[in-house]
Design a protein around this ligand. Structure first.
Ligand code: ASP
Ligand code: MG
Length: 403
């Protein structure tokens, strides 16, 4: 009997109507004779709302208590789903992160999974139950509730799948796979049949909101294939796997999938508006500042140091934490809104012709360029904030459609 993990995102479990759609999907997998584990996110915008409410009480809420609060969102969706499945005649049980044996470190709001003790999950599966696990959370060695960081339910799903040695981990959302660009912005973006772990981790890392970047890292480490698909239709999704598995799925390629009809190097264009660029002048100890930021768990994108000038990018989500550190050094700081556009494709830096085309297309976007970064799998350019998304369609047309 195969075990499969099915993860459902916030919009998939947003209300009773959608929970019924999710339940039918789960039942289909169960009826095929699989052991089924589900991992769920909080309903709709629940996590955003809980954060907002906490911040109404305190500008910088106590980190431990914030995690205790945020973890309740997933508990609501998991228990509701289990109530529904039981009513529909399928034995189901919801488990919180700690009931499911998920042990994490103690970094509140961005904890890492250290280990999963799967004995409880296995016991419930042996009793033929559908196990519904709350995503995004665990417990540390001291029994404190922790959360894994925004979007972390994907990571829970892959970690559980790896620990239980599942066959596949499905990640269901309202988008039916991984596209050559965000289909909400670019009408002609097309879905990829399959993509390697490496490329997917760049796509997530550069800020595409499809999958949590840590879930892709874990999937690669444990070679756990992910299938990204839609809750709301039966379209074939995108398989994220190693190159051997990719070749297999290429043989069953859908005809519209360009990525498998020819050796396409460029896989996806990612636009990231969720970063800010901070500049500080006349600061004697710029390296110290970088160390302090890293020690405080702040993810720094690019950074530049020249004499006493320092500039770096951070995720908008860390803004308050960074501000607190900057207030202490008491220097004038300039905060600039930026847009980062990245082109991802394995081995891209070996193809000078492609780099030339991409850069020329970038120069056509008549906006100030702050930085260009080329590495083995990506080219990314940091612009002063771009508001008109027309350029994305043009860029897609030039570098993906015409290739
Ligand atoms: N509910 C959490 C969030 O909104 C985790 C998740 O959805 O993956 O970030
Ligand atoms: Mg998500």
């Amino acid at each position: 009997m195969d075990t499969i993990v099915l993860k459902f995102g916030g919009s998939s479990v947003s209300d009773n109507l959608n929970l019924n759609i999710v339940a039918q999907k789960i039942i289909e997998f169960k009826q095929k004779g699989n052991n089924v584990i589900c991992v769920v996110s909080a309903q709709g915008k629940m996590t955003d709302n809980l954060i907002k409410e906490a911040k109404e009480l305190s500008a910088i809420p106590d980190e431990r208590e914030l995690d205790a609060l945020l973890s309740t969102g997933e508990q609501i969706s998991a228990s509701k789903l289990a109530i529904l499945l039981n009513m529909l005649g399928y034995k189901a049980i919801s488990l919180t992160g700690w009931q499911a044996g998920i042990l994490t470190n103690s970094e509140y709001q961005s904890s890492k999974i250290l280990d999963i003790n799967v004995s409880r999950i296995n016991k419930e599966l042996q009793e033929n139950k559908i196990v519904v696990i709350t995503g995004f959370q665990g417990v540390d060695k001291k029994n404190n509730i922790t959360t894994l960081g925004r979007g972390g339910s994907d990571t829970t799903a892959v970690a559980v799948a790896a620990a239980i040695k599942a066959k596949h981990c499905y990640i269901f959302s309202d988008v039916d796979g991984i596209y050559t660009a965000d289909p909400r912005d670019v009408k002609l973006a097309h879905k990829l049949n399959s993509i390697s772990y490496e490329e997917m981790s760049y796509i997530s890392g550069e800020g595409a909101k499809v999958l949590h970047d840590r879930c892709v890292e874990l999937a690669e480490k444990y070679n756990m294939p992910i299938i990204a698909a839609s809750t709301f239709n039966k379209n074939k999704g995108t398989k994220i796997c190693n190159s051997e598995q990719m070749k297999k799925s290429e043989n069953s390629v859908e005809s519209h999938d360009k990525s498998n009809m020819e050796e396409t190097i460029i896989k996806s264009i990612i636009k990231n508006d969720n970063i800010i660029y901070i500049e500080i002048e006349n600061y004697d100890n710029p390296y110290n500042l970088i160390t302090t930021l890293v020690e405080n768990n702040i993810k720094i994108g690019q950074y530049f140091i020249k004499n006493t000038k320092i500039a770096f990018t951070i995720n908008k989500i860390d803004r308050a934490k960074v501000q607190k550190i900057l207030d202490e050094i008491d220097k004038e700081t300039k905060v600039i809104p930026v847009t980062k556009i990245s082109i991802v494709g394995s081995g891209i830096s070996n193809h000078t012709e492609i780099i030339k085309n991409v850069l020329e297309s970038f120069y056509d976007i008549k906006n100030d360029i702050i930085d260009i970064d080329i590495s083995a799998c990506k080219i990314s350019v940091l612009f002063n904030k771009i508001t008109d998304i027309k350029y994305l369609n043009e860029l897609h047309n030039k570098i993906i459609e015409k290739n």
